[in-house]
Design a protein around this ligand. Structure first.
Ligand code: OGA
Ligand code: NI
Length: 381
């Protein structure tokens, strides 16, 4: 396996190196089948008008300045039911911390390649500097590099896996993760109230606030000479509990699937983009939806995003909460632990919602429910 890098099926190529080589075309490995290319996507006329078109590029904007106000829980719950995505404003995380987090990670990716290579990751845990998801030999790859780290639980926090430079990266990322994880706690309460199951129910299903896992994936999408042929991140739903994304403050790229079309998100300045992951879809018996999304790249600008994943305790078997199961709406999913679940994406890479679909209970296929809602995709980080 010499040369391939530990555990990878073939040599790892840094997308940043391809981008900086100045080549006018991208290697075949990055060329997506036509049906997956960004232009093939229907950009509905509605994307600029009426429902799809308001502030925030269509996805709802939720003001969190009064987190315990019932109206906040209603707005969060509505967004999780109807979109699976929303932008959170007045979220309580200091804005200066958002700027610092972006700054240290831009600094990381600007370092010389030999410095970054010291942190090269392997598919065993994905922690470190990476350029692909999945280990299928010959797979079509995405136009992006990333850095992935575990923050919690404490036994998964490994300081050796964290970059040493820039000097303030580690402290800033820890502080950022603490604040954003606290925001996730507030969102869990609002989501739980919005389900009518009591304030703490959803968090308890995650194994309590101390049991929840936190990891961070910083995505770096270099400039791409043929952006119409590829994607920065292929369509996927997030495998975990919920995701809080700090999108690039200058460059758009995230698209959310909505009624079969791709809607481009227009981030509101200083907002977070929050989305429901597969585990919340399972726990809520698909009352809240984990929705497919993907990332486009472009020729003019690189793009950086910081995703924080808030996950259930990884060894608990998760199944729909009994309160949300009834004869009319039987349990849609079989129990599975998050540890088992995330192995799938780690092997196969991002593939729409096929993974959560594969969890569907035998009864669900005959139940009178909207099976388009039931799928929980494939994921994995
Ligand atoms: C992710 C993700 C979106 C983006 O990391 O899971 O969907 O805009 N990122 O980088
Ligand atoms: Ni995602």
């Amino acid at each position: 396996m010499e040369g391939a890098g530990a555990g990878w099926p073939e040599p790892v190529v840094r997308v940043q190196s391809l981008s900086e080589s100045g080549a006018a075309t991208i290697p075949d490995r990055y060329v997506k089948p036509e049906s997956e290319r960004p232009k093939a996507a229907l950009e509905p006329a509605a994307a600029t008008t009426t429902e799809e078109g308001g502030i925030g590029g269509g996805i709802p904007v939720v003001d969190l300045s009064s987190p315990s106000d019932p109206a906040t829980a209603r707005a969060v719950s509505e967004a999780c039911r109807n979109w699976g995505f929303f932008q959170a404003v007045n979220h309580g995380v200091p804005l200066e911390l958002l700027r610092r987090a972006r700054g240290v990670w831009r600094g990381f990716f600007r370092q010389p390649m030999e410095v970054k290579q010291r942190y090269a990751n392997s598919p065993a845990t994905y922690e470190g500097y990476g350029s692909r998801l999945g280990v299928e030999k010959g797979a079509v790859l995405d136009w992006g590099d990333y850095y992935f780290i575990h923050v919690r639980p404490p036994h998964l926090f490994d300081p050796h896996k964290w970059p040493h430079l820039p000097p303030d990266l580690r402290e800033t990322t820890e502080e950022y993760s603490r604040e954003v994880a606290a925001l996730c706690g507030r969102l869990m309460t609002a989501m739980s109230v919005g389900l009518g199951v009591g304030e703490t129910r959803l968090q308890e299903a995650f194994g309590g606030a101390d049991g929840a896992g936190v990891c961070v994936r910083v995505n770096y999408y270099p400039r791409c000479p043929q952006p119409e042929l590829t994607l920065g991140l292929s369509s996927h739903s997030d495998p975990g509990g919920m995701t809080v994304l700090l999108a690039d403050d200058r460059v758009r790229g995230l698209q959310v699937r909505r009624r079969g079309a791709w809607v481009t998100v227009h981030p509101v300045p200083d907002a977070f983009i929050v989305n429901v992951g597969d585990q919340i879809q399972v726990l809520t018996n698909a009352t809240y939806r984990s929705v497919e999304h993907r990332v486009m790249v472009n020729a003019a600008d690189e793009r950086l995003s910081v995703a924080l994943f808030y996950n259930p305790k990884s060894d608990l078997p998760l199944a729909p909460m009994p309160e949300l199961v009834s004869p009319d709406r039987p349990a849609l999913y079989e129990p599975m632990t998050f540890d088992e679940y995330r192995m799938y994406i780690r092997r196969k890479g991002p593939r729409g919602k096929s993974q959560v679909d594969s969890l569907k209970a035998a009864t669900a296929t005959t139940a009178a429910v909207d099976v388009n809602v039931a799928p929980v995709g494939r994921k994995c980080y």
